[in-house]
Design a protein around this ligand. Structure first.
Ligand SMILES: Nc1ncnc2c1ncn2[C@@H]1O[C@H](COP(=O)(O)OP(=O)(O)OP(=O)(O)O)[C@@H](O)[C@H]1O
Length: 629
């Protein structure tokens, strides 16, 4: 047999186009060829189990080898092999038409990066690194003749009788000048591990040396000998391919270490995904302990398709709020060879997204129900997922409402429903609104917290960056409920129970009070008001408006309200007109004396807020000494 021919494809010279745009990602040739070899071994296994192949299966294996001198890389399998006709059909037509399609798609894509790495180029990708590709193959069919196919990436090929004596296929790549980096043991090992670590058929890459115990020496010390063993790249039965009932906690933890050998922490818990309708999806998602800098924890989920690694950029497949999870997702239904914009619109991807969200919510609900104490202990680590999820996904929020926890300054933990129930009478204002008080800094807002507690109010602790957004969300979703930071106003105003008290000052005295304080304070960012509070309240309180502060907080944590980020802080100075000190100030004879007292009362208010620093603090201490002296 000796046949030369031309491959009929529409686009002449597709190779330069492919080479140019896949250059940075050309290592995928090995993924493609090894997966083809794995497929071929799985096909023969299937035929054998169906009784369509009676021969001996042998140990199914894929071998990868390289020859630095001959400049070749060879991928061999003992799979089904191909007859000469099949080579023509599958390689000349399917493989090359796949490549043509790639180029067509590429023309439509706006950005080359969109498709690079997402397009399984199949067999044709061999030409990214080789200027000649040779196939030696022998079909499993009885009486089949070995076939050899050679092609240099152009549209002409040659088929002759081959030399392979056993069932299976060798693909021999004659590596081109630009790709000699691949003729290197550690480089190939690295690529094989990256893409093939969990392939279902053993991948052997030469041998490696192992050290084994070898009795004892004459002094009774253990001896070791080195032996050559097959260098098998993969674990053919990774945890996610097993049924959850087969796995114990140790197995999940061991698999976590297999995935992330450098991770020091153990995951908090995990979810085993197993769906076969309406799409196929398996996987294990782990909830990690969050680190301060959680940006670096992103992109840890690995996406596989039938145990072949595809990518760790799962942005469109996993809901964004779950991007901090770790683990593996394996689905043959996720289209891998299309552009990202297509992926977003794909209905399977949407369903997968919704399914993962539901599974995660169910798992959290189950953990909360079965072990509330354990859940509360983990809350610190998972609250970010849950709150982010609630903010970004309504369906998740609906479920999370039952297990989202809030904590008060006493360290007591409540579900949202429990908390609403607890405060609904005592923290109701005269309009019938329920007011949740919260602090974002227990130490700094201590005096405000103490005042609120004296009234029997609960103060919630919302001190993580996401809380500035969560506060607004909670207010929106809870009926007739307002959230106010505990230092947003004086306590009587935060939860206004009754009509304002009567002011003991005359209008004239009120005006005078404002004047004295404004002069004493002498700051444009402090606006002075006189309010009729109880005489037992502090004479002066400094607060910052809830709305403005919240907007600023959100701007700081990337809430898209950048305008507020640049607005300076504006404080409200509330002078308690009913406090005896005010009368004392007004009755002072000298303006200087009035001002000193006003300044002192104001500094005390600043001090309790942690706002008195530097020179101002030194002056305050000096003035205090002279006042008591
Ligand atoms: N090692 C092999 N043994 C037997 N048949 C093979 C082998 N490699 C390739 N083939 C045949 O050639 C065909 C074309 O391979 P190619 O990799 O281009 O496409 P594919 O595997 O069908 O799809 P994909 O783009 O996902 O890789 C395969 O479908 C298979 O029938």
């Amino acid at each position: 047999m000796n046949e030369k021919g031309n491959i009929s494809i529409h686009t002449e010279n597709i190779f330069p186009v492919i080479k140019k745009f896949l250059y940075s990602d050309n290592e995928i040739f090995l993924r493609e060829l090894v997966s083809n070899a794995v497929d071929a071994t799985q096909k023969i296994k299937r035929l054998s189990s169906l009784g369509q192949y009676q021969g001996d299966l042998g140990d199914l294996i894929v071998d990868v080898a390289f020859d630095e001198k001959a400049k070749t890389i060879t991928i061999s399998d003992n799979g089904i092999g191909m007859t000469a006709d099949e080579v023509k059909k599958y390689i000349n037509q399917i493989a090359f038409s796949g490549a043509t399609e790639f180029v067509e798609k590429f023309k439509e894509a706006k950005d080359a990066n969109e498709i690079i790495g997402r397009f399984g180029l199949g067999f044709y990708s061999a030409f990214m690194v080789a200027d000649k590709v040779e196939i030696q193959t022998l079909s499993f069919q009885e009486g089949a003749e070995p076939a050899r196919w050679v092609c240099d990436g152009s549209t002409s090929y040659e088929i002759t009788t081959g030399s392979r004596a056993t069932r299976g296929t060798d693909v021999i790549l004659h590596i081109n000048k630009d790709s000699e980096e691949f003729l290197d043991k550690s480089r190939l090992q690295e690529i094989l591990e990256k893409y093939g670590k969990f392939l279902p058929v053993p991948i052997r890459f030469g041998t490696r040396t192992n050290s084994e115990p070898d009795g004892e020496d004459k002094d009774g010390k253990p001896q070791y000998k080195t032996i050559e063993v097959d260098n098998i790249i993969n674990n053919t039965h990774p945890a996610w391919t097993k049924s959850p009932s087969e796995l114990k906690d140790e197995d999940y933890l061991a698999f976590y270490r297999e995935l992330y050998p450098y991770s020091l922490d153990e995951p908090l818990f995990w979810i085993h995904l197993n769906v076969d309708y309406p799409f196929n999806l398996t996987g294990i998602l782990y909830f990690p302990k969050l680190k301060e800098n959680f940006e670096i924890q992103k992109n840890k989920i690995k996406l596989y398709s039938r145990q072949v690694f595809i990518t760790d950029e799962v942005k469109d497949i996993v809901p964004e709020f779950l991007m901090l999870l770790h683990g593996v997702i394996d689905s043959p239904d996720i289209p891998l060879n299309v552009s990202r914009s297509f992926l977003q619109a794909d209905s399977n991807v949407k369903k997968i997204n919704a399914h993962i969200t539901k599974k995660v919510a169910d798992k959290l609900a189950e953990l909360f129900k079965s072990d509330r104490k354990g859940f509360e202990e983990k809350w610190k680590d998972i609250s970010l997922f849950v709150k982010y999820g609630m903010l970004s996904d309504d369906k998740f929020a609906e479920k999370a409402h039952d297990f989202c926890l809030v904590k008060n300054t006493e360290g007591d933990t409540y579900t949202l429903k429990e908390f609403a129930e607890k405060v609904k009478d005592i923290q109701k204002d005269k309009e019938g609104n329920i007011v949740y008080l919260y602090t974002n800094d227990v130490a700094q807002q201590d005096s405000y917290i103490a005042t609120a507690k004296e009234r029997g109010y609960d103060v919630l602790v919302f001190d993580s960056p996401i809380d500035s957004h969560f506060v607004g969300y909670l207010e929106q979703k809870s009926e007739k409920t307002q959230l106010k930071r505990v230092d947003a106003d004086v306590i009587d105003k935060l939860i206004q129970k009754e009509e304002s008290k009567k002011l003991v000052l005359t209008e004239e005295e009120s005006k005078k009070t404002v004047e004295v304080f404004e002069k004493a304070i002498n700051r444009t960012d402090m606006k002075v008001h006189v309010e009729p509070l109880s005489e037992h309240e502090l004479p002066v309180t400094v607060t910052i408006d809830e709305f403005m502060r919240r907007m600023k907080d959100m701007a700081q944590t990337g809430g898209g309200m950048n305008f507020y980020g640049s607005v300076p802080d504006n404080y409200k100075v509330t002078v308690n007109g009913n406090h005896p000190l005010i009368k004392r100030i007004l009755s002072g004879e000298k303006a200087e004396e009035q001002e000193q007292l006003a300044k002192q009362a104001f500094d005390l208010a600043l001090l309790s807020r942690g706002l008195l620093t530097g020179n101002e603090l030194t002056n305050f201490v000096k003035r205090s000494v002279s006042l008591i002296g």
